[in-house]
Write a protein of this length. Sequence first.
Length: 473
Amino acid sequence: MAIDCRRIDVIVRDLRRVATDTQDIEVKESVQKLPASMAETVSAFSNGPGGTIVLGLSEKNGFTAAPGFRAKPTADSLATICSDKLTPPIRPEIDVVDFEGTQLVVAHVHELPPLEKPCYISERGVYQGSYVRVSDGDRKLTTYEIDRLLEERQQPTFDLDVVATAAQHDLDRDLVEQLLRRQRELHPKIFGERSDADVLAMLHVLARAEDGTLRPTLSGLLALGTYPQQFFPRLTVTFTACPARDATTGLITYADARTMAGPIPTILADTLQAVRQNMQEGGAALPLAAVREAIANALVHRDYSPLARGTAVQVSLLEDRLVITSPGGLYGTVTSESLGTPGYSSARNQFLLSLLESVPFSDGYLVENRKAGYRLICDELQRAGLPAPQAEDHISSFSLTLLRPTSPVTEDTSPDEIVAYLTTVPDACSAQIAEATGLPRRTVSYRLAHLVEDGSVVRIGKPRSPKQRYRLP
């Protein structure tokens, strides 16, 4: 956030202390005229979180007033550049302020709303004239970054792309049958009498290719495919655990490193298993419900545009944290500040998200409690006595960091809410357990899996069946 222009003494004091421009403050002498790069700086601040421009200071002389600087005509020139040289026109707050016996021009450039980005130098065009602030300089946005900004102006539909080289037999029949059964249970009047092919087409699992053949969409392959990586080798998760330097060679080695492939349900299950295994070996564990939600969000909400299909989701388990990085920044109304806030929810891949609401996972479905996922992560971390996750949003990527406990977590000896509830009934499904205990469905799913594994609870029904119930031994 830029500093209030009325506090010029604070600005200059900080500049003198660090002896350079900063991420959100640009200083120029501008004695004769404004530098040619001024439009680039305004573009960069507009495309980022905003920033402050100070004109009339000499950086090479320790941020002192530049002799011969004329404040009023310089302020007018800056306003002209912002109005006439940029698309869309920028309207900064420009003030002439007194400082150490002279005058400076201080301008605050506000961040543009997402629907108006990117701001670019008109004569260069959007792909050659768009900038972003990096450290104390202005960097030209890449084609990929510009495409992501332009994407904000309409709903992306990359998840509907037909995979022309794929066929219906590339879908996992078991997953397809479970999806069809779920949808016919939910919407019998719509899907009850229709053929499987018609239902899959209506759900955008299949779509007609140019040759007229029904073929899988990207969403269909990702949610239900046998091996989507046959067509998109890098739509995977790259997992690494605990990098450390070899005492002999000095090279960085990993306790574990692997690539997770398959449809999203398989990738999620395998990644969770790797995280759980390595956390157990490392001794300081994170709540698995929070880890599951964070990884699922990365897979569901990542960028699936053609330029991003060569980039995997990265999951890095370090000694003190878990870092999950996915291609593409946050989409729509969601920002790092509004994550988890009621009313702020945007789905980049809306068709994929809808499909995954009916794809079985554990004892529920892969996507549940839509809009409450980030809140679940925060709640689970808080319950474990850990800080909220750290979000880092860029145009081209989004990272979520979950800090691990500084020492191994002691076993919780308090009565488990699920076990306590099951003592009062013969058996129950996960939805009944969630309603009775007040726990989120996904939290219930993960605790049930752990309770079944250690023998505290017995599962009734086939694995992955939506009709599973639970009872005490």
